[in-house]
Design a protein around this ligand. Structure first.
Ligand code: PLP
Length: 493
């Protein structure tokens, strides 16, 4: 299978090349040249498979240069780092299920891909005869950074630099990154928000001068953000796996449709759901849930993506505080009938005029696929309290946004197909906000809040959280966004 760029129809690379480079030279994102199919018969057979087997099976359809046994050895190693099942479904209430993707080493769904990506990257380099070192440059809204640091820790031939918005992540997220061990790890906060960090990173990828300077230090650049295809493909798996589990437990019969609600920021997670649907998974509606940074809700409602004059809100769901959702480009490309020049001109318009619009026909197809809604911090907090009180189910602030929006969708549409709400982080990553939501009581210290949350919910505190308490901050850098290149060079030379 070949991969093509969303901005240039003539670019065509193998999957392993797409993973090694992360982003196309024209600034476009790699997408598969066609979607492999998964039949109901295959879905039925997957009931007998473990999660690592399901993952190797689905990923193998895209990465056909890899043998399934090879992939299975990677998925087995990656998912052995999880506490129990990697992607269990939990019934919250009648017809509503939480797909818990936070049982990995860093307690957020980013682990689903970032425990596996180092294996895929290392193997991809080998397949292409690349023996230069790789510099993984990551912009993070909180969770990707830590997951990438953990995934790539001491992986030979890689150096990793993480940039996170100063004051824009939770204290627990910041502590996770600043205390990371490993000889190849660097993290710095940047003065600005996530969009600033992401733009700075993209600028470096597209700057021949920056790439040359990094090359002089002996490194080729790559990305662990969801612009990298290697990040997306492991995410397709859990949508299929959840469906398999619903069939297996008799909640649905094979072929029946299921809806998914996804708490969305950079549009990677929900895009993976769309890809699962394109493969043939019986997905009904995809509900795109946003917090107060509701640019996606407005886009899916009106067909215009507009970030001019838009205020950036810092919310209690910081991993979704994003105005420029990179992966939307991949969906726009599909909606346009795979028109690369149209996609390129829209992305140029976003850069130059801070907005672009899609046609009425495209908007109609988009609304067929997706419904969008948003909620503010107060509604998310109320939802955390309600679901805990009524169903004894603790949720983090991001999952709460999805839960709240899914309730709006269900009540306004009357759609009674089963709803899977994607649960993206452990409540213990945001203990202050979650405890506050449940009890109305404010506890400033994140570790004290964790203890209190444990007393209140009896949900075990993950070891990773307790261990953080005594670890020293080793990554203390702060940098201005214009100085990022100098910072990178200082880290790697
Ligand atoms: C990254 C993240 C999201 C948003 O996912 P996208 O793929 O960026 O849309 C939602 N919740 C949590 C906890 C996250 O870490």
């Amino acid at each position: 299978m070949k991969f093509i760029s969303t901005r240039n129809a003539n670019v065509s690379v193998t999957a392993s090349q797409a993973i090694v480079s992360g982003i196309a030279d024209d600034g476009g994102l790699y997408v598969p040249s066609s979607f492999p199919i998964i039949t109901l018969e295959e879905i039925s057979k997957m009931q007998q498979m473990s999660y690592p087997e399901r993952a190797a099976y689905v990923i193998g359809k895209y990465l056909d240069e890899f043998e399934v046994e090879e992939l299975l050895s990677y998925t087995t190693q990656a998912y052995s780092r999880f506490d129990g099942e990697p992607a269990p479904l939990s019934m919250v209430k009648e017809g509503v299920y939480a797909l818990e993707l936070y049982h990995g080493p860093t307690l957020a769904f980013k682990d689903m891909a970032l425990t596996l990506l180092p294996y895929l990257l290392t193997a991809s380099k080998k397949k292409n005869g690349v023996d230069t070192k790789t510099l993984i440059l990551v912009a993070t809204s909180g969770d990707t950074g830590k997951a990438a640091m953990e995934g790539f820790k001491d992986v030979e031939g890689t150096e990793i630099i993480v940039l996170f918005p100063s004051g824009g992540v939770s204290r627990m997220q910041e502590a996770q990154m600043r205390t990371q061990e490993g000889a190849n790890e660097h993290a710095s906060s940047i003065i600005g928000n996530f969009d600033d960090a992401q733009s700075a990173v993209k600028h470096i990828f597209n700057s021949t001068d920056a790439v040359a300077k990094i090359r002089e230090c002996g490194y080729e650049l790559s990305s662990a953000n969801s612009i990298n295809w290697g990040r997306l493909v492991p995410q397709i798996v859990y949508y299929i796996s959840a469906y398999v589990d619903l069939v297996d437990s008799g909640v649905i019969s094979l072929g029946e449709e299921v809806n998914y609600t996804v708490p969305t920021g950079n549009f990677g997670n929900i895009l993976a759901c769309y890809y699962a649907k394109r493969m043939g998974l019986p997905v009904g509606k995809m509900v795109c849930a946003s917090n107060s940074n509701k640019v996606l809700t407005d886009f899916i409602t009106t067909g215009t993506y507009d970030i001019s004059d838009r205020q950036f809100f810092k919310t209690e769901s910081p991993s979704m505080d994003i105005l420029i959702s990179s992966n939307l480009e991949r969906l726009i490309f599909e909606l346009s009938g795979r028109d690369a020049s149209l996609t390129a001109s829209r992305m140029q318009s976003l850069k130059d005029n801070k907005s672009y619009s899609i046609s009425l026909d495209e908007l109609t197809s988009l609304q067929d696929l997706m419904w969008a809604g948003w909620c503010d911090d107060e509604q998310a907090m109320d939802t955390i309290a309600e679901i805990e009180d009524e169903y004894d189910y603790p949720m983090d602030t991001h999952t709460a946004v999805a839960m709240s929006v899914s309730e709006n969708y269900i009540s306004t549409s009357g759609d009674d197909r089963p709803m899977v709400v994607v649960s993206t982080a452990s409540p213990y990553k945001f203990p202050r906000a979650v405890y506050m939501a449940m009890t109305g009581e404010q506890i400033d210290d994140a570790f004290e809040a964790s203890e209190a949350l444990y007393e209140y919910t009896a949900m075990d505190i993950p070891e990773q959280i307790s261990a953080l308490k005594t670890k020293p901050f080793v990554h203390t850098s702060v940098c201005e966004k214009d100085d990022i290149l100098d910072k990178i060079i200082s880290f790697i030379s």
